[in-house]
Design a protein around this ligand. Structure first.
Ligand code: BJ8
Length: 424
């Protein structure tokens, strides 16, 4: 801890304010995570990572920087980590998931901006997150309007590079994304001083592919009738995936999966008799946003799948690893990334297809479609999601929330009533 204090000081952080955050996180983590019974032992690693979230990984990143490595901060699952790794850089997710950072964002952004954006901007401007201090370059993208404008404000404080994401999925849009990936490569090569070759890109495609395969393996266990791991735990792992070293992350996730395999064989489950199987769809849940999962899983249900960017949208679909030349690899990257179905695309019917497919695969009893307050994209698309689910006979509850706890009681009432309804 003493070493952490020195590190945070050297990063120019506001230590007094940061201490306040450090004081509340362990309590929140204890309430949501350590209170669970019968957790897999291999969660130890992930618990340890979170317990020292602003210590262990930041120290690793700083060590790497001392050896000349550049760190790139990202905010969206469309930004291909493969390119960064191929140039011997490090990618780290920067999305803010705590109410603690929201007031800092509100100093410069309209109040009616989604909390994810406000928290991300606040974490940087208030100097209360080491990851936001360490990243050499931020990589934004043109997804929603709130983010686009936030990049301009963040860009006054930190080097900011923005990828222009097309908002349709015609052949020419996929081509345009390919071009954007090429431009990203040029920027990353310039920053790192390292040339990306067909070979280095092939290696990084495999590294990220292994990480996605580990997550896919983990999610598969949730399709079991006797689910061996809670939704809260899987959410935590998915959140950690955004900033941990990808090779270590895949190894530790596979280790956990080995244990889950044994649990399945031995019929060990975290479900209680009669627990309802819920899929959460909608906006992402950046760390440490565990609110909804906690409410659902303490109201007679278990979350078995997240159709979110901290869920299936992050790991489904693989980059073709047979691509050999650099052009083939870039094409393969563009194709894979443009398969993600974010509500910033129009039309976005692929997302409805995904939700229907996932509902079957994970044998869900009901869907909770969540919208982060002031996210117009997912809010509007929620109408189409709810209509499609009703047509398919899948019960759905639409909710809107933010990072505060002020609506927790009201949400609990609505979620409990929904689960009760699934029981009848
Ligand atoms: S691919 S969901 S990570 S953009 S919730 S900031 S959309 S106002 S986070 Fe996202 Fe990429 Fe899409 Fe996923 Fe804007 Fe909505 Fe806020 Fe959002």
């Amino acid at each position: 801890m003493a070493d952490n204090q020195t590190m945070w000081k050297e990063l120019g952080m506001d230590l007094e304010m940061h201490d306040v955050l450090c004081d509340v996180l362990p309590q929140a983590f204890g309430d949501v995570y350590l209170s669970q019974e019968n957790r897999p032992e291999s969660m130890d690693f992930f618990d340890m990572v979170v317990a020292d979230i602003h210590g262990i990984r930041p120290a690793e990143l700083i060590e790497a920087q001392k050896n000349g490595t550049k760190v790139f901060g990202t905010f969206c699952v469309y930004v291909p980590d493969e390119v960064i790794i191929a140039a011997k850089g490090i990618a780290t997710g920067l999305c803010g998931g705590s109410q603690f950072w929201v007031p800092g964002g509100e100093k410069v952004l309209p109040t009616n901006t989604c909390p994810l954006i406000k928290a991300s901007v606040g974490a940087r401007l208030d100097r209360t997150c080491p990851f936001f201090r360490i990243a050499d370059v931020y990589i934004g993208e043109t997804t929603c309007d709130g983010k686009k404008k936030a990049w301009e404000i963040l860009g006054e404080d930190v080097p900011m590079y923005v990828m222009d994401l097309p908002q349709m999925k015609r052949a020419k849009d996929i081509k345009a994304w390919e071009e954007e990936i090429r431009s990203l490569m040029e920027m990353v090569e310039k920053e790192t001083g390292n040339k990306i070759t067909a070979e280095s890109l092939k290696k990084s495609i495999k590294i990220i592919g292994d990480k996605r395969r580990a997550l896919a393996r983990l999610y598969n266990f949730r399709k079991e009738e006797n689910v061996p791991i809670s939704g809260r735990d899987v959410l935590l792992i998915s959140q950690i995936a955004f900033y941990d070293d990808p090779v270590r992350f895949a190894t530790m996730t596979n280790k956990l999966c080995d244990e889950l395999e044994e649990r399945v064989t031995n019929g060990v489950s975290v479900c209680k008799q009669g627990d309802k199987r819920i899929m959460v769809t909608g906006t992402p849940m950046a760390i440490p946003n565990w609110k909804l999962h906690q409410l659902i899983e303490t109201s007679g249900a278990i979350v078995v799948c997240e159709e979110t960017c901290t869920g299936t949208r992050y790991f489904e679909n693989f980059v073709d690893e047979k691509a050999e030349t650099i052009d083939e690899e870039i094409e393969a990257l563009a194709e894979r990334y443009m398969k993600i179905n974010c509500a910033c695309f129009t039309p976005n019917t692929g997302r409805i297809d995904d939700i229907l497919r996932l509902a079957k695969e994970y044998k869900v009893d009901g869907i909770i479609d969540v919208n982060l307050k002031f996210c117009n994209l997912y809010d509007t698309e929620g109408f189409l999601v709810e209509r499609a689910m009703k047509e398919a006979g899948i019960p759905v509850l639409g909710i809107e929330t933010d990072y505060t706890d002020s609506d927790a009681q009201q949400l609990r009432t609505r979620i409990s009533a929904f689960i009760e309804m699934l029981n009848n």
